[in-house]
Ligand binder design. Structure first.
Ligand SMILES: NC(=O)c1ccc[n+]([C@@H]2O[C@H](COP(=O)([O-])OP(=O)(O)OC[C@H]3O[C@@H](n4cnc5c(N)ncnc54)[C@H](O)[C@@H]3O)[C@@H](O)[C@H]2O)c1
Ligand SMILES: O=C(O)C[C@H](O)C(=O)O
Ligand SMILES: [Mg+2]
Length: 534
């Protein structure tokens, strides 16, 4: 009789227990030729061995976050219909209108979701309307909730709303996974969104909803419509505002050390006036008023530019979200070239949220450098292929004086024998901590002051060593600790605003609450999980 293994253990290679499976996984990952292959490999690993996946992610944040998240997640979205392997999240489609509750109820069986990231795929990073291909954005943000804030994986819910797409090439792609139709008009979409939010709240009463990568008009409209009714926030408006304020605050401190300009005398030029640009401008305005400026004084420190040039109040047909910061004090000929705007404004800080690759060219960067001992230049558009200026060029053209943070990651580099370390001004530093704080406090709403306090907590978290290295953001490897500090600030702000339902925290000291938050963070279990499942 030939030998027949009687138990599954016999299927394991004999020396497996003496090898390090983590090492094997990293070796396999690193052998993949492209970012997209690495992305596919990691998501397969997450499905097969979730504990191992999160353990490896936590131990190798700098290497793995840019694969699961920005910039590679942008490639994953662009190609999602072609690389799709298995269901990874929930699709709610416009055809479900009228029975969204039932769709959510089906998903709910066995799931107790606490945080959902919801996109409608209409403005994925700077890549435009990707329709049903947008799901990986929600999946990637939730990977960071788990890794960065210690939210339990089983309580996360990635959602893509498939309302069609206006990118018609997808309608003709035989592999496209979504509905082949154009997006609905505003009244129909509003009806859908109201039904969706009502159903979400009914089926998942504890749920926090993060809106992600909605096109700008809808991003502002649904935030305004829902923020006082449900537990929601918009990451691109509020998360980005909060994270950029933190970096700006630390950058202003560095620029003040070189030029003596007080924080409230900074002159900030926004290149790009969409959900992100205006979200950041509003956050800065609010911060300036906390520093003692009136709203008018604070507004006078901010200039915005869109594809038509400097935004002025006399421009015809200005979109609603651009009106507040439109300048009333300029009546010359339209300023359409960035260099002309810079010569007029003389900014101390230039923030890019425009999706225009290389918009900060050599002339622009040298001009900023000629105006400032240490120019603040933040090219924040994602992914890296849409970034307004590469780090190396910004260093070279300012002879190393630039204070820099980009939306997508850049590597540390050497220039003239000195080491330079870039900042990454990405909302990934903020949303995990806001979510963690809001969930623990059982906050009914996400208030402005919760978002603002998150920003201040992040800005204040630089260590002495990080300050010495001229950093404007803390190192990403500390994200779990940073998320605890941000969550603490968010909980305290929720208490002040009386939106917290978990009243027990009110009696705890900051030290005790911080300890509690730390203890609540989910950890991948380390027992035996490095063995493949049989
Ligand atoms: N770093 C981060 O954390 C972060 C967060 C959110 C968004 N973003 C990035 O910011 C970018 C913009 O996002 P959004 O939601 O505001 O998009 P959006 O489409 O609403 O805004 C883009 C803005 O740029 C302007 N613009 C376009 N072409 C221009 C040109 N040639 N000159 C000047 N202005 C021009 C548009 O008029 C618009 O005001 C995206 O790339 C997104 O990935 C980054
Ligand atoms: O997703 C990111 O990397 C940041 C931001 O939310 C964006 O839309 O670009
Ligand atoms: Mg986004």
């Amino acid at each position: 009789m030939p030998f027949a293994p009687s138990s599954s253990i016999a299927r394991l290679p004999p020396y497996l227990f003496n090898t390090d499976h983590r090492h094997r996984v990293l070796t396999q990952l690193r052998s993949k030729a492209t970012g997209l292959e690495k992305y596919i490999y990691l998501n397969g690993l997450k499905e097969r061995e979730p504990n191992l996946f999160y353990e490896i992610l936590l131990a190798n944040m700098l290497e793995i976050v840019p694969i699961l998240y920005t910039p590679t997640v942008g490639d994953a979205c662009s190609n999602y219909s072609h690389i799709w392997r298995r269901p990874e999240g929930l699709y709610v489609t416009i055809e479900h209108k009228g029975h969204i509750r039932e769709v959510l109820r089906q998903w709910h069986a066995g799931h107790s979701a606490r945080i959902a990231v919801v996109t409608d795929g209409s403005r994925i990073l700077g890549l435009g309307d990707l329709g049903a291909n947008g799901l990986p954005i929600s999946v990637g943000k939730l990977d960071l909730y788990v890794a960065g804030a210690g939210i339990k994986p089983a309580t996360t819910l990635p959602i893509c709303l498939d309302l069609g797409t206006n990118t018609t090439k997808f309608h003709d792609d035989p592999l496209y996974l979504g509905l082949r139709r154009r997006r609905p008009d505003t009244p129909e979409m509003d009806e859908f969104m109201h039904e969706f939010m009502e159903a979400m709240t009914e089926i998942f009463p504890q749920l926090l909803v993060q809106f992600e990568d909605f096109s700008t008009d809808n991003a502002f409209r649904y935030l305004d419509l829902f923020r006082n009714q449900y537990r929601v926030f918009n990451d691109d408006i509020q998360g980005t505002g909060s994270v950029v304020l933190s970096g700006f605050f630390n950058a202003a401190r560095l620029s003040a050390a070189a030029a003596g300009t007080p924080l409230t005398d900074q002159r900030i030029l926004f290149f790009g006036a969409g959900s992100a640009g205006i979200g950041v401008a509003k956050q800065l305005l609010s911060f300036f008023t906390l520093q003692g400026l009136s709203v008018e004084e604070a507004k006078s420190r901010i200039w915005t530019v869109d594809s038509k040039g400097l935004i002025t109040a006399d421009r015809k047909g200005l979109q609603e979200h651009k009106k507040f910061f439109a300048r009333t004090d300029y009546d010359g000929p339209a300023l359409t070239k960035l260099e002309d705007v810079i010569n007029y404004v003389k900014p101390t800080a230039l923030l890019g949220l425009s999706t225009v690759r290389n918009a900060f060219d050599e002339q622009v960067v040298r001009l900023m450098s000629s105006l400032n001992a240490r120019p603040i230049i933040f090219p924040l558009s994602n992914p890296v292929s849409l970034c307004e200026v590469d780090y190396e060029d910004a260093i070279k053209w300012t002879n190393g004086s630039v204070i820099f943070a980009s939306g997508s990651p850049y590597k540390t580099l050497e220039y003239n024998g000195k080491r330079y370390e870039p900042g990454q001004g990405n909302n990934m530093y903020i949303f995990p901590g806001i979510g963690l704080g809001a969930i623990l406090a059982k906050a009914r709403h996400i208030t402005d002051s919760m978002v603002e306090q998150a920003s201040i907590a992040l800005a204040s978290s630089l260590t002495d060593e990080e300050k010495k290295a001229d950093l404007v953001y803390p190192r990403l490897v500390r994200i779990r600790d940073l998320s605890c500090q941000i969550a603490l600030a968010v909980i305290r702000a929720a208490q002040k605003d009386n939106v917290d339902e978990n009243l027990l925290f009110r009696n705890l000291s900051d030290e005790a609450l911080l300890e509690y938050i730390r203890a609540k963070q989910w950890q991948p279990t380390t027992l035996n999980h490095h063995l493949p499942r049989l």
